[in-house]
Write a protein that binds this ligand. Structure first.
Ligand SMILES: Cc1cc2nc3c(=O)[nH]c(=O)nc-3n(C[C@H](O)[C@H](O)[C@H](O)COP(=O)(O)O)c2cc1C
Length: 398
């Protein structure tokens, strides 16, 4: 029997948590409810205790009714933690790592997947502080269920209404069913841009944020793989439990990738490497001597092609960021680089490509068949890609 910890925080939508808990229980899931003090102002612990059939914890310091050192006990026993509704205040506390309530403390102590469904007034939701905190949570690998647009309890219309109960339950079930289908596999993922220095303070690069590669690393780890993440310079915090190898130039990335290649089962090249580098790098900062500066660039090694040439039975996945003829160019790249899969995205489309939290992609297999993935978070896309990888390793496609 799967065990889900449901955290309820103090928003007007807290009453809907009753339906979520009931829905999970009727699907044979063992549910334990944790509430913030504020949540108890909206719905009673008695209601949640009756629906879940288990004691509800509000006060971290109260005498434990079920397990000792409660936040750690719940954290360890959880197959999944769901927070619905999640207030702006809770989102800020979790993003800052503050553990002064039972819901936050449990999440900080758990290794289980955490699903968070925010709900609040639309102005609050759009506030840059709330959006920045949500970005941080996404970067940390938490799964967010975006709120819906519609009539809000405060009388306004807009984005911020708790996602439909059925959607929340479906999301929980999806994560619970996700097996450790990459257990025992070694996966290397490259991420971010590379940099090629012109002089000590100037470089040639691109706007890759690394978010896609980091999402893949977190997702592969969640599915049981041992993950090596070779990362160019990014502003992201690497997912915990992943071996990170920081690099700067394409040559450094190549060296790191080749060093670890022999022990890998799967390599996913999500990095946006710089194809050309300055022929020479000035040792001192270049002075503004003349009106023009002519740089001569030379080809960098093609990491993906080199891996394709020596891949054997390893699975090799590439990315194709294109602005035109997406599928044709991607199909050609599969052949030219000896890949098993390619993830093609049209970086010209809104919501896709560099720096965004979302992506729109077409996953193309070696036999030419394809799967279109509509606009989704980079985390979700990461799981779609890994589903395909699992299918290639002989498992079932999710
Ligand atoms: C009537 C009422 C409704 C509220 N609804 C929300 C809400 O939907 N979302 C939200 O983020 N905060 C809402 N708040 C504010 C939170 O209750 C408040 O920030 C509280 O400190 C949250 O505590 P918690 O995050 O520990 O549960 C509401 C407050 C009141 C009085």
């Amino acid at each position: 029997m799967k065990r889900v910890i449901v955290g309820i925080t103090g928003g007007i939508a807290a009453y809907k948590a009753a339906e979520v808990v009931r829905g999970l229980c009727t699907r044979g899931i063992e549910v334990h409810v944790l509430m913030t003090e504020a949540a108890t102002r909206f719905i009673t612990p008695l209601t949640m205790q009756t629906l879940s059939g288990n004691p509800v914890v509000v006060d971290m310091f109260a005498e434990p009714r079920l397990w000792n050192v409660q936040h750690v006990a719940y954290a360890r026993r959880a197959d999944l933690v769901l927070v619905a509704p999640a207030t702006a205040s809770f989102i800020g506390r979790l993003a800052a790592g503050i553990a002064d309530d039972m819901v936050c403390a449990t999440i900080l102590a758990t290794k289980a997947p955490v699903v968070i469904a925010p709900a609040m007034n639309s102005q609050m939701y759009r506030h840059p502080a709330v959006q920045a905190n949500l970005d941080r949570l996404r970067d940390m690998g938490y799964h967010l269920i975006a709120p819906e647009e519609g009539e809000l309890a405060c009388g306004e219309r807009g984005e911020g209404r708790l996602a439909e109960v059925a959607r929340i339950i479906a999301e929980v079930l999806k994560h619970l069913e996700r097996k450790a289908d990459l257990a025992g596999k070694n996966i290397m993922i490259t991420a971010g841009p590379t940099r090629e220095y012109i002089d000590p303070v100037r470089f040639v690069s691109n706007p890759s944020s690394g978010k896609m590669g980091y999402a893949l690393a977190g997702a592969a780890r969640d599915r049981g793989a041992r993950v090596v993440l070779v990362s160019g310079p990014t502003a992201l915090r690497p997912p915990s439990g992943v071996q990170v190898i920081p690099v700067t130039t394409t040559a450094e990335m190549l060296a790191a990738v080749l060093e670890h290649f022999p022990e890998m089962d799967v390599v996913i090249k999500a990095a946006a490497v710089v194809d050309y580098r300055p022929q020479t790098t000035a040792e001192q900062k270049l002075k503004k001597g003349s009106d023009k500066l002519v740089l001569t660039l030379e080809r960098n090694p093609d990491i993906l092609k080199l891996l394709g040439e020596r891949k054997g039975d390893k699975i090799l996945v590439g990315f194709a960021a294109e602005t035109q003829s997406l599928v044709e160019n991607a199909r050609e790249k599969i052949k030219a680089k000896n890949l098993d899969l390619i993830v093609a995205n049209d970086v010209g489309q809104r919501g896709a490509g560099f720096g965004t939290d979302t992506n729109i992609a077409t996953i193309i297999r070696r036999d030419g068949t394809m799967r279109e993935i509509p606009l989704c978070s980079k985390q979700e896309l990461a799981h779609h890609i890994l589903d395909e990888v699992v299918a290639l390793t002989g498992g079932e496609r999710g």
